[in-house]
Design a protein around this ligand. Sequence first.
Ligand SMILES: [Zn+2]
Length: 130
Amino acid sequence: MTQASDPRHDAPSPLSSDELASLRRELEKERDELLEHAHVVDDDENASSATHGQGETEHTANEIERRVNAVLEANADHALHEIVAALARTDDGTYGYCETCAQPIMRERLLAIPAARFCVNCQQNGAARR
Ligand SMILES: [Zn+2]
């Protein structure tokens, strides 16, 4: 009768693959939106705007990576940084674990903040120090 739904229990609650997939989609969407709104001085602006008319949906992986890097170079603290890092973690299987204490991050927290990289405890400790 004692389910581990009590947050104080802090039981590992791994994300289902469905949840992981939908969080990943959300992160990709956020990334794309940030890229849309990012203003980056881009040497290749002329080249890319030439094809912009027809190929709106043609976002190749290389193109995305190039734009991500350009944005990150321009703004090291950009929110995009968190999102790209989170996406990388979904690739290498460390997504959903706190970077500081390596404990699983609560599902509710990830669903609310898909790019979260710390558990609540570490986040609070870190935030208190700054
Ligand atoms: Zn932690």
